[in-house]
Design a protein around this ligand. Structure first.
Ligand code: HEC
Length: 394
């Protein structure tokens, strides 16, 4: 086992890199989409330039041309965009191992969902990520590739099924991060196995002075389009760990799907708004779907015992069920610092964090993770009563 302090710093370093290369990848991808949507395509016939645009940024003017097929000659230096995607995936997998596999009991397993062993959880994780690529790639290579809309529908159904099954196997938090990891893997797989090979074929054709195989280009284009629509859902899945009201809800899989659909619609709006005036309807629809998700995630009213519960009594529950981890110096094995920076050791601590305690251990049952410390329903209700009286006294 890694020293827990070293573990924490590895986490810090890899997460930082993951974040930076992820921004570089998605940023470049957004930028090229934006270029495509904003090119001035009014050109004289037979102009080799398909479109151009002017931009000003960082103290200079830029003039970009897009070629209809390719330049006459291969330029001396041609820039590729691929390492951003590959390193995002590699660092993402490292984080999955470091955060989730190393602490499977805290982060992946919820015995009230399914009582897995750590090894089973890891095997399911790896199997799902690798297997999903083969399923998706198989769907894209099948006869459905000639019916791109139906193909998208089938891929969507697969992702719905995946969210549903994972939420019945893993803790809510791990289910969400795995849906994100799967979507991210499909996107990077598309870059590695399809899009970059298509671009290489274009370059080879140029060098050999022949026209490139159009079918390869078409495949690359389809996968690029998929990636474009998958970016917003994957980004939500990555930040979802901060929102227990989503993954901690009993309808967590459906909430994830709704938020993802809203993300796809928002993306669609940005893709078509130049061409279609009524595009803003997609934004309205996305907003309504988000409202629906918010309503679904609304916590069911929780019963609480009638008797008032004092902060001292609440502190006694929290001391036995939470403070092993949420302490300046946690006693729980594998933790070198309080998770989320949250310390719950005194009455003042719990009073100032009353809202998040209520959110995480009463409204949702995300804390204690996997109920590792065996909090009882009566204790949760006592915390609810404490929260009520604490809030009323404010
Ligand atoms: C086994 C260790 C463990 C126990 C026991 C535990 N927690 Fe946590 N807690 C965690 C971890 C891990 C996180 C997630 C931190 C992160 O996001 O990386 C967390 C996060 C939280 C957060 C969110 C902090 C933030 O980032 O905003 C709250 C609130 C919380 N716990 C409350 C509780 C309460 C209340 C209890 C007792 C009922 C409890 N925890 C018991 C490990 C524990």
């Amino acid at each position: 086992m890694l020293d827990s302090h070293v573990h924490e710093w590895l986490n810090l370093l890899i997460r930082w890199i993951h974040f930076i290369v992820g921004i570089a990848w998605i940023g470049a991808s957004f930028y090229f989409n934006w270029l495509e949507n904003n090119l001035d395509r009014k050109r004289p016939p037979r102009d080799p330039i398909a479109g151009d645009l002017w931009a000003v940024h960082g103290g200079g003017f830029y003039h970009l041309n897009k070629f209809a097929t390719g330049p006459e000659q291969l330029p001396e230096e041609l820039h590729w965009f691929k390492w951003e995607a590959y390193t995002t995936w590699l660092t993402g997998m490292m984080l999955l191992i470091l955060v989730y596999y190393f602490n499977a009991r805290i982060y992946m397993i919820d015995p009230s969902v399914r009582d897995l062993s750590a090894v089973e959880a890891m095997l399911i994780s790896l199997g799902t990520i690798a297997g999903s690529w083969f399923v998706y790639d198989g769907i894209c290579r099948s006869a459905l590739s000639r019916r791109p809309r139906i193909l998208v529908g089938v891929v969507f159904l697969y992702l719905v099924l995946l969210a549903y099954v994972l939420s019945a196997v893993f803790s809510g938090r791990a289910a969400y991060i795995h849906v994100g990891a799967v979507i991210g893997t499909l996107m990077v797989g598309n870059v590695f196995f399809v899009i970059i090979p298509a671009q290489k074929e274009m370059v080879r054709a140029l060098v050999e002075n022949r026209s490139p195989d159009p079918s390869i280009g078409a495949k690359g284009l389809l996968r690029s389009l998929h990636n474009n629509y998958l970016t917003l859902p994957v980004l939500f899945a990555m930040i979802s760990v901060h929102f227990p009201s989503t993954y901690g809800s009993s309808a967590n899989w459906l909430i994830l799907i709704l938020i993802s659909v809203a993300g796809v619609m928002a993306r669609h709006y940005f893709n078509i708004r130049k061409a279609i005036r009524s595009a803003w309807w997609f934004l309205v629809a996305a907003f309504c779907i988000l409202l629906g998700a918010m309503w679904l995630a609304y916590p069911k009213s929780v019963g609480h015992q009638q008797q008032a519960v004092s902060s001292i009594e609440a502190m006694a529950i929290i001391a036995s069920r939470c403070s092993g981890c949420h302490a300046g110096n946690p006693s729980f094995a594998g933790l070198s610092s309080p998770p989320g920076g949250l310390i719950l050791e005194t009455v003042e601590h719990i009073e100032s964090h009353a809202d998040s305690i209520y959110q995480n251990s009463v409204l949702t049952h995300t804390m204690p993770p996997g109920n590792l410390t065996g909090i009882t329903d009566a204790e949760r209700q006592a915390l609810a009563a404490w929260y009520q009286s604490h809030r009323d006294s404010q």
